[in-house]
Design a protein around this ligand. Structure first.
Ligand code: XLS
Ligand code: MG
Length: 349
């Protein structure tokens, strides 16, 4: 196990929705909306390099193409002024009334057409803003009751939509973001394994990969570091949404490492060991401040997550790899367990 000590410096990203008003399904906003320009200014202040965008974070989804191009050109100028770049564009296919029953898997043919048109427009937006990365989080592609859709037909529709996007632009590359539920009762393609399986059936598997969110693996009862390892083995881990989750409940988007530091360590161990980032991948976050957080504190969750990540990198790089390999070779996992706990608790080792 070798650690790429000469690792290219990590580049960090988050989406503007990570700076939120604190509204949740049980209560209204508790903080004022931070205007977009102020959010963009915060990126470098917090040590970030790239912005993740939904299509309508850039321009409203119903603008005509000329207005869209103009709007994107203005934002590109702002990004350049801040020394930032766009990491990816993701179509927001879960708020419009025409996606109420899912987007690509809706039982309504006209809604499916709306979803495909919007997905293709998001590709054009990605090209305009200067990224080839495209994230598909399949938010409402699922059911509240199993009988609502024919699941075999639904999977076919997802794969066909994926192909429409790939065929719309020869360079776009899709990262599927799996999540087992919420907002649906059950989502299609609920895990990284399902998502990667689909990648190999598309018209271009080399442009079909995944973004892995820590909390989504946890919600599926899986370990995020093992999901990341599986995607890395397939050479299909092209971005991450690091965060944390305290048990099986609604998606908490907690600060990275704040529920389980060992789990955070193991994610960084696999990313660092296998050179994540060396081909330009970003360390992305998908984090929410607590609803109790005051306006003036409403960006700490981002800087704290980045700090925890970098502390885990230091701990991973401090590992005595010979010692780890020796414990493995002699099946001394009790000793290895304590060694890792020593490292995590700052014991001299
Ligand atoms: C869900 C997704 C979503 C982003 C990307 O976790 O990451 O938060 O908006 O579509
Ligand atoms: Mg996410």
């Amino acid at each position: 196990m070798t650690h790429s000590k000469s690792h290219t410096p990590y580049r960090f990203s988050f989406g503007p929705w990570n700076i939120s008003t604190g509204a949740d399904p049980f209560g209204p906003a508790v903080r004022k909306e931070v205007e977009f320009g102020r959010k963009i200014k915060a990126y470098k202040e917090l040590g970030f390099d790239a912005v993740q965008f939904h299509d309508d974070d850039l321009v409203p989804a119903d603008w005509d193409w000329a207005a869209t191009q103009k709007g994107i050109a203005e934002i590109k100028k702002v990004l350049e002024g801040e020394g930032l770049f766009a990491e990816f564009v993701a179509p927001r296919l879960w708020e419009d009334s025409r996606t109420i029953d899912g987007a690509f898997t809706s039982n309504s043919a006209s809604d499916r057409k709306y979803a495909l048109d919007r997905a293709k427009r998001a590709v054009d937006i990605a090209r305009e803003v200067g990224t080839k990365n495209y994230v598909l989080w399949l938010a409402r592609e699922g059911t509240y009751i199993r009988e609502a859709k024919d699941a075999v037909t639904a999977i076919g529709r997802l794969r066909d939509a994926w192909n429409v996007i790939l065929e719309h632009d020869p360079e776009i590359r899709i990262m599927g973001e799996a999540k087992p539920n919420e907002p649906m009762d059950q989502a299609y393609l609920p895990t990284v394994g399902h998502m990667i399986g689909l990648c190999y059936t598309t018209v271009d598997p080399s442009r079909s990969g995944v973004l892995i969110e820590s909390a989504h693996s946890i919600l599926a009862g899986l370990d995020p570091s093992d999901d990341m390892a599986y995607a890395l083995w397939h050479k299909k881990l092209w971005s991450v949404h690091l965060n944390d989750q305290n048990g099986l409940k609604y998606d908490q988007d907690k600060v990275f490492g704040s529920a389980d530091l060992r789990r955070a360590f193991d994610q960084v161990l696999v990313l660092e060991t296998h050179g994540f980032g060396k081909d330009g991948e970003c360390v992305g976050l998908d984090i929410k401040a607590m609803r109790t957080t005051k306006q003036e504190d409403a960006m700490f969750h981002l800087s704290h997550s980045r700090t925890v990540f970098l502390r885990m990198v230091d701990l991973v790089r401090s590992l005595d790899l010979k010692k780890v390999e020796a414990f493995r070779a002699h099946r001394q996992y009790e000793q290895l367990d304590m060694y890792i706990l020593d490292v995590l608790t700052g014991q001299k080792h």
